[in-house]
Design a binder for this molecule. Structure first.
Ligand SMILES: [Ca+2]
Ligand SMILES: [Ca+2]
Length: 367
């Protein structure tokens, strides 16, 4: 999801998507929500704040990273949240997750976007309009012979167009404006509420390898139009999929291949040069896109309006029941390597911002 100016990426890949994915993106590009019939979601049960947990989950063999989100608060030894110096299109980050419990006992993390942006000065400027959340795991994992990432998630308001809830994997090399220059490796599962309400419905998958963001000035056009660096596709949703229900989103990452699954149904296999080869860490976020042409047409909905007062605030969320990351053996799907073979790499502080902060970026993004 996460290029600095995704409109260039998306626009470029719209053509490829149509070729590769039939007419899917044609409906997805409308960006206006749409009135297609979609599976009915089970209403989210009464939300109650989660009490502090006492039990510690038993680690599964081969687990490289996991969080059951049962503790009632964010484990800061595992996660860092982006602060309000970070932004993506019309979303300012800095919001913090809540924790809840369903009536059936399911405890989860609630990754929020608020329609009221609390900073008076920023809100008055009108460019940033929503207050979103992004959190990053404090460690990355080298691919080795393979890694499986999965998360169980639901959207609180799938009927509300214009929202993007993402479970993605991200790693960064270099520095903004430096040598070597900043580049990303990334794999995304993105739930666009525009997409799940389109006909036919879709979710978005994306993958990047050594994606170079523009180092100076306006987008320089290198990676944004380079299909050897990234390919984003609107993928048809799986049988029985409803974004407001709990669904398991999975990525299987091996040398030269990425596969995306929803509820154990394979939705995409990518074997081109866009498959990452650098270490990746887990991230979640919730954000809203800017209008095209500066923003991302597929994700934007003009009827999603910011609130002018706190009293009018609306909160939308991506709920996450758990995330589990497992190391895979070279040959057998589902088998695990010994823990001693895991390569775990701490996240640098510069990497946390994902290139979404900094004076140069801010000035560019205000175009
Ligand atoms: Ca790479
Ligand atoms: Ca849980």
């Amino acid at each position: 999801m996460l290029s600095l100016n995704p409109s260039f990426v998306r626009a470029s890949f719209a053509i490829g998507s149509i070729l590769l994915g039939g007419a899917l993106l044609v409906s997805g590009c409308g960006g206006g929500g749409g009135g297609a019939t979609v599976p009915t979601s089970t209403p989210i049960p009464t939300f109650t704040p989660a009490p502090n947990a006492t039990a510690t989950p038993t680690p599964v063999p081969g687990t490289a990273f996991a969080d059951e989100f049962n503790a009632g608060s964010l484990d800061r030894t595992k996660w860092t949240t982006l602060d309000n110096s970070n932004r993506l299109q019309r979303t300012q980050f800095g919001n913090q997750p809540d924790f809840g419990q369903d009536t059936d006992g399911t405890r989860f993390m609630r990754v929020k976007i608020d329609s009221f942006l609390p900073d008076d000065t920023v809100r008055a400027a009108g460019i940033l309009q929503f207050y979103g959340t992004e959190l990053a795991a404090n460690q990355k994992i080298a691919r080795g012979t393979g890694v499986e990432f999965q998360a169980r998630m639901r959207m609180s308001n799938p009927e509300r167009g214009g929202l993007v809830g993402s479970f993605f994997l991200f790693g960064q090399k270099g520095n903004f404006g430096g040598n070597p220059p900043l580049s990303f490796d990334e794999i995304d599962h993105e739930v666009l509420t525009n997409g799940v309400n389109a006909n036919p419905p879709y979710t978005w998958t994306n993958t990047y390898n050594d994606f170079r963001v523009p180092q100076t000035g306006v987008p320089s056009g290198d990676s944004y139009t380079d299909p050897t660096k990234t390919i984003g596709l609107a993928e048809p949703t799986t049988t029985g999929y409803a974004a407001g229900n709990w669904n398991v989103y999975r990525v299987v990452w091996r040398a030269g291949q990425v596969q995306w699954f929803i509820n154990d149904q394979l939705i995409r296999t990518e074997t081109s040069g866009v498959v990452p080869d650098d270490a990746l860490g887990v991230r979640f976020n919730m954000w809203a896109a800017t209008a095209p042409p500066a923003g991302w047409a597929a994700a934007f909905d003009d009827t999603l309006k910011p609130a002018n007062t706190l009293a009018d605030n609306k909160t939308y969320s991506l709920d996450v029941d758990w995330v589990r990351v497992k190391s895979l053996s070279a040959t057998t799907t589902g088998a695990v390597r010994t823990p001693s073979s895991l390569q775990v790499i701490p996240l640098s502080s510069a990497e946390i911002t994902r290139g979404l902060a900094g004076a140069d970026y801010h000035s560019n993004a205000r175009r």
